[in-house]
Design a protein around this ligand. Structure first.
Ligand SMILES: [Zn+2]
Length: 423
């Protein structure tokens, strides 16, 4: 082994010096054990209050896993003291390079944490030669640390939405900042209680006061929760949810016209569902001709399609009376068409017109709402079976806030500065 000074320099943990280095074997990838001691005049500090103390009650060797030296994984060994602090009583000594209960050093935790955001935990564990549970805990600590350093935002528009958990009738309720497109809170279920507790506990009074509009679907429990917890905020219905109802009505018309109208018609309408549910402007070339043939075969379907296409214009008006006028005109155009599903849709929209027209005063960015939902679904798919709500929420926050967008961001996250701060 080189001199102790060289080893101390290579290790680079300020305040600590290397006493001795031992290898577990002769192989190139055998584990190194590095014994440390404190250097300098600063001495040990209490883990509770951070004050220096010279009264040592006992000493026990503890180990931490650290960054590798070439291909050797590294374990640090240090005799951690139990100090008698005149303020806190008996406390363990503060260790600058690791979290109080951490089994890996902060700089290793940092690397595992960043890696876990772009690969499965099991892969990151193999890559950094730690156990799966250590990698998982390191990721949690890393994300929690990142989240605690961020300021609390006060968005004027928030979103309250349900996300399906796997198959079946299980849901999450997600609270998001739809101005910046970031997740803010997560709860199991989609009941009124769930929504209330999200709004009341995940947001502080300061944040609640800033909210002008809540973007949500027409789920009754959510509406009740918003009226109760945020009486001043207005509800804006999510455009995509409204249009989903319109598409469902159109699909019902398709079923009526083709599938319940005998074998010949049924054959004609087969395999056209997704084509029909697409928007006209996204259909091109031969598909467009196919759609035109379908409409030529059935005029009522054509009418229903056009009516759905027109609904888009609900969100182009600048005033509430404008929206109402348009909707009334749309409902009027339905008369004599004998399209009961569309009639029902008309009633439905009329009942909810206030929440649709609220968009005039609170132009929520529906595109952002949509992209947050897409990101959430992608994370949930990757995190299949993840039961821990806490880490799932942190992962969603990370994925939607996207704190690493450039190589400079990555360098900042892997940088050494934040590691020695004990806050
Ligand atoms: Zn203390």
């Amino acid at each position: 082994m080189g001199s102790r000074r060289d080893c101390t320099w290579i290790l680079g943990l300020s305040g600590f010096g290397v006493v001795r280095v031992e290898g577990d074997g002769e192989e190139a990838d055998s584990r190194l054990r590095i014994w440390l001691q404190r250097r300098g005049r600063k001495g040990s500090r209490c883990g509770g209050c951070g004050r220096p103390s010279r009264r040592v009650r006992s000493v026990r060797d503890r180990t931490w896993e650290d960054l590798p030296w070439a291909s050797h994984p590294v374990t640090l060994v240090y005799g951690q003291r139990r100090l008698i602090c005149w303020r806190c009583g008996i406390r363990t000594e503060r260790i600058e390079f690791a979290d109080p209960k951490g089994r890996v050093t902060r700089r290793l935790r940092q690397q595992i944490g960043v890696d876990c955001q772009s690969m499965p935990v099991s892969h990151a564990a193999v890559r950094h030669r730690v156990s799966w549970s250590k990698a998982r805990r390191a990721e949690l600590a890393f994300l929690a640390d990142w989240d605690s350093r961020r300021g609390r935002r006060r968005p004027r528009h928030i979103g309250l939405d349900e996300i399906q958990r796997g198959k079946g009738q299980q849901f999450w309720t997600v609270l998001s900042d739809v101005v910046r497109g970031e997740v803010m809170g997560l709860r199991r279920d989609r009941t009124e209680e769930t929504a209330k507790s999200l709004l009341a506990t995940d947001l502080d009074a300061h944040q609640r006061a800033a909210i002008q509009a809540v973007c949500t679907d027409m789920h009754r429990p959510y509406l009740n929760a918003v009226t109760e917890v945020l009486p001043k905020a207005e509800v804006v219905f999510d455009k995509f949810h409204v249009l989903q109802h319109a598409s469902a009505a159109l699909d019902e018309v398709r079923r009526q016209e083709f599938f319940r109208a005998g074998a010949v018609m049924r054959e004609h309408g087969r395999g056209k569902r997704w084509l029909l549910l697409r928007r006209w402007k996204t259909v091109r070339g031969s598909k467009r001709r196919e759609l035109e043939e379908l409409f030529a075969a059935n005029h009522r379907l054509f009418k229903a399609y056009v009516l759905r296409e027109q609904l888009d214009r609900l969100w182009t008006y600048k005033t509430r009376p404008g929206v109402l006028d348009f909707l009334l005109g749309w409902i009027k155009a339905l008369r004599w068409q004998r399209l009961p599903e569309m009639d029902r849709l008309g009633d439905f929209l009329f009942r909810h017109v206030e929440g649709i027209a609220a968009y005039c005063d609170h132009p929520v960015r529906f595109g952002v709402v949509e992209s947050v939902n897409t990101t959430i679904k992608a994370v949930l798919r990757r995190a299949r079976g993840m039961q821990n709500e806490n880490i799932l929420l942190l992962k969603l926050k990370w994925a939607t806030a996207r704190p690493i967008r450039s190589s400079r961001d990555l360098a900042r996250f892997l940088g050494l500065q934040p590691m020695y701060s004990n806050r």
